[in-house]
Design a protein around this ligand. Structure first.
Ligand code: AMP
Ligand code: MG
Length: 335
């Protein structure tokens, strides 16, 4: 069976075709980074309007790369939420129209569940239980997985997401958008120990995250020391900031591992592209005698292969999908 996935939850217009055994036949992502870059962040109205302009072309391109025609698609899956409501509505409305026209089943997908599932595209056999850390521009959460599709949230961020903190510092310094990859590049040869950002203090049992303290401390440092992009200290400052964000993530997952004794650690979401984080994550797993799984970079940031692949898994576990035209998008999720 050929599963079409559609993803428009934020500022990426994406479509993918996945076939049996979660084989990815195509994975097309059109990023709007350039469009939002002058604003240092996503402008929701611009994002949804551009999804409208691009979606048809992106789906056609995903079919072309998969060497299929639309009539070869057996099931349609689409991100239902959470995300920017205007953006979600473009993908969801398109998917409903397509499913109705083709008279094919439609499976709605939760964006966060899709991110967690992205790791199974390349790894079929992950030993359970697993701890999954989802780090993206909008979310930073930790989950306990007993098996595929059985996920319980253990912790969330109490304020900013990790990616959001990186994006905001980059915006403030006017060094580019999105902040995560820009900071990674500029801090490559910086000293991560040069500046100290204290880890947030939580009660003993809490596994929750917090990044607003880092952000405030960093902003204060920038203002007090009149740090700007021409300053030679910039690379050390950015390396130290990135290092602190990574430290906070690693220290929480270490604490969670000591409470839940997982067999595997999973890292996913856009920030999981970060080399420093990937390295530290693998080292932690090795040190603790656990397996570690991180998707390839293309499956970390928003994409539709994770949507279609999760739909495939759900379908194979009995969810047949239905042609429901009263599906609604949701902006927030409790997932
Ligand atoms: P997502 O929300 O999953 O699409 O991921 C987007 C987020 O990932 C943004 O906050 C980016 O700044 C962040 N991001 C992407 N690539 C990297 C990277 N190499 N290092 C750190 N953060 C990154
Ligand atoms: Mg995302």
């Amino acid at each position: 069976m050929n599963f079409l996935g559609i993803e428009t939850s934020c500022d990426e217009t994406a479509a993918s075709v996945v076939t049996d055994q979660t084989k990815v036949l195509s994975n097309v992502v059109l990023s709007q980074d350039e469009l939002h870059s002058p604003y240092g962040g996503i402008v929701p109205e611009l994002a949804s309007r551009n999804h409208v302009i691009s979606i048809n072309y992106i789906i056609e391109e995903s079919l072309k790369r998969a060497q299929l025609k639309i009539k070869d698609i057996d099931l349609i899956s689409v991100t239902q939420g959470p995300g920017l409501i205007g953006s979600l509505l473009v993908g969801l409305s398109f998917a409903k129209g397509l499913a109705y026209t083709l008279q094919k089943p439609l499976i709605p997908i939760d964006h966060l569940e899709a991110h967690i599932h992205s790791v199974f595209i390349e790894n079929k056999d992950i030993p359970f239980p697993a701890l999954a850390l989802l780090v993206s521009g909008g979310h930073t959460s930790l989950y306990l997985m007993r098996k595929k599709l059985d996920t319980r949230v253990l912790a969330r961020t109490r304020d900013d997401a990790a990616g959001e903190a990186l994006d905001k510092i980059a915006k403030f310094m006017e060094i580019g958008y999105p902040g995560g990859p820009v900071i990674e590049k500029l801090s490559q040869h910086g000293d991560p120990k040069e500046f100290d950002f204290a880890l947030p203090k939580m009660s003993d049992q809490s596994l929750d995250f917090s990044f607003s303290g880092f952000k405030t401390a960093a902003l204060r440092h920038i203002k007090t020391n009149k740090l700007n992009k021409k300053n030679p200290q910039l690379k050390d400052f950015l390396a130290s900031f990135e290092h602190s964000v990574v430290n906070a993530l690693i220290s929480n997952i270490k604490k969670a591992a000591s409470q839940h004794f997982p067999e595997s650690l999973i890292l996913c979401g856009g920030v999981a592209r970060n080399k420093r984080l990937r390295k530290r994550f693998k080292e932690l797993a090795k040190e603790q005698g656990m397996h570690s799984f991180i998707p390839s970079p293309e499956f970390c940031t928003d994409n539709a292969a994770m949507v279609a692949s999760l739909a495939w898994e759900k379908y194979n576990q009995g969810e047949k999908g239905k042609l429901s035209l009263d599906l609604n998008a949701y902006a927030q999720s409790s997932y």
